[in-house]
Design a protein around this ligand. Structure first.
Ligand SMILES: *[C@@H]1O[C@H](CO)[C@@H](O)[C@H](O)[C@H]1NC(C)=O
Ligand SMILES: *[C@@H]1O[C@H](CO)[C@@H](O)[C@H](O)[C@H]1NC(C)=O
Ligand SMILES: *[C@@H]1O[C@H](CO)[C@@H](O)[C@H](O)[C@H]1NC(C)=O
Length: 376
């Protein structure tokens, strides 16, 4: 009906032709028939929704489809059949008007990149409890894995369509982009936190929420390492798009705001270069986002991660902490004596999350919460 209105108006501007006049008469007739049917239906069934149909006949058949709702409602089901390229395209759609014409409560998207189970889920549940309006959860496990959480859980039905991701390969970055893209589909999500099954929160939810929401910078570890594991992995074929002075390294566990999340999903320039020229022993998940974001939005980066990790034991992997490691002294060490720059000021809160924790750490971690060593 709407397209007919448009058609008849176009006709008017060219001087009303006989054809469009006829069309118009048919259209008016349809409207009349429609209102008669509506009134009749109301009399007999009293259906509420018909009332709106009737009132719309007063201003002949304008907008048939819904209002703003359809654009701002998050997907009711996270399972979709979009391909990655369809999903990334969809997720890259951005409104140009800066102010939201509705009440938007910014949320934090916790994005879990996992192999399968989430053994520390009970700790996260404890952390998230009571803050339903302020967060969303997304889980990207191996595709064969099917999570089973009860309906009461924050993790219930939060699994997204996934694909195999291999450490150090582009498929890992693909998985990260897939998580970010799915989370972008909820317009309320303002911060995008990449986590693994071995990550834990270190502060209570409100502290984490305020720290992120008030931050002027996104937290991406990005540093210029002159050694063989840094600049040594740079391939000159990436020039001129990527200059060696802009080559960065950093942990894959990032915390970015919505603007940078869009930068991550919209990239089509850096991706093929990294896919082609950063292959083991160039571990692409340590370089792609830090380097690309440094070039695209360097001034928006804090250049540090807020996920604590312990490399002090040496080797290719950071330390994993199990049951016997979890003590008050351990957290005094992690939480005490922090020094960093936050919003251009000295701060003593520098990390909000920590890794890596083994499943056996769950019980003592919950104990730490009960005894308020971890305050949430
Ligand atoms: C995706 O789902 C829609 C609706 O369920 C269906 O019409 C469409 O054919 C599906 N596309 C693919 C590629 O499976
Ligand atoms: C992070 O590094 C970039 C250059 O790589 C710089 O432009 C930016 O100011 C740094 N961010 C902060 C908060 O210092
Ligand atoms: C941060 O603290 C150091 C001393 O620890 C001081 O030299 C520096 O000026 C401070 N920076 C800011 C931005 O306050």
């Amino acid at each position: 009906m709407q397209s007919r209105v448009v058609a008849s108006e176009e006709g008017k501007s060219k001087g009303l032709s006989l054809g469009s006049m006829r069309l118009f008469v048919v259209f008016i007739a349809l409207c009349v028939v429609f209102s008669v049917i509506s009134i009749y239906t109301i009399k007999h069934f009293g259906i509420k929704s018909v009332v709106t149909t009737m009132s719309s006949t007063l201003q002949p058949c304008v907008e048939e489809h819904g209002g703003l709702e359809q654009w701002i409602k998050p997907p009711s089901n996270l399972i979709h059949n979009m391909s990655d390229s369809e999903l990334l395209w969809r997720a890259s759609l951005v409104p140009k008007v800066k102010r939201y014409p509705f009440r938007r409560v910014p949320k934090i998207a916790f994005m879990f990149l996992t192999k399968g189970p989430l053994p520390l889920a009970p700790l996260w549940e404890r952390f998230l409890k009571g803050h339903q309006r302020l967060f969303t959860v997304y889980i990207h496990p191996f595709p064969s894995y099917q999570a089973h959480f009860p309906p009461s859980s924050a993790f219930y039905k939060r699994q997204i369509p996934s694909q195999i991701a291999a450490w150090g390969k582009m498929s890992m970055c693909d998985a990260e982009r897939r998580l970010v893209a799915n989370a972008l589909l909820d317009i309320s999500n303002e911060w995008f936190i990449l986590l693994s099954e071995s990550c834990i929160p270190l502060y209570k939810f409100s502290t984490v929420y305020n720290y992120l929401l008030k931050s002027k910078f996104s937290f991406v570890g990005a540093f210029d390492d002159p050694g063989p594991y840094g600049r040594g992995r740079y391939n000159p074929n990436m020039a001129p798009l990527v200059d060696i002075t802009k080559w960065r390294k950093g942990s894959q566990w990032f915390e970015v705001n919505r603007k940078l999340a869009v930068s991550i999903v919209e990239d089509t320039a850096f991706y093929p270069k990294f896919e082609q020229y950063c292959r083991p022993a160039c571990y692409v998940d340590e370089h792609y986002f830090p380097t690309m974001l440094t070039i695209q939005a360097g001034g928006a980066l804090a250049n540090r991660s807020i996920t604590w990790v312990d490399w002090s034991r040496g080797g290719a992997h950071p330390a994993t902490f199990g049951k016997s490691d979890i003590t008050k002294e351990f957290f005094d060490r992690v939480l005490g004596d922090q020094k960093c720059i936050y919003n251009n000021r000295n701060s003593s809160v520098c990390v909000l999350f920590a890794r890596k924790f083994a499943p056996s750490a769950l019980e003592p971690l919950l104990e730490m919460v009960n005894s308020k060593v971890l305050d949430f």
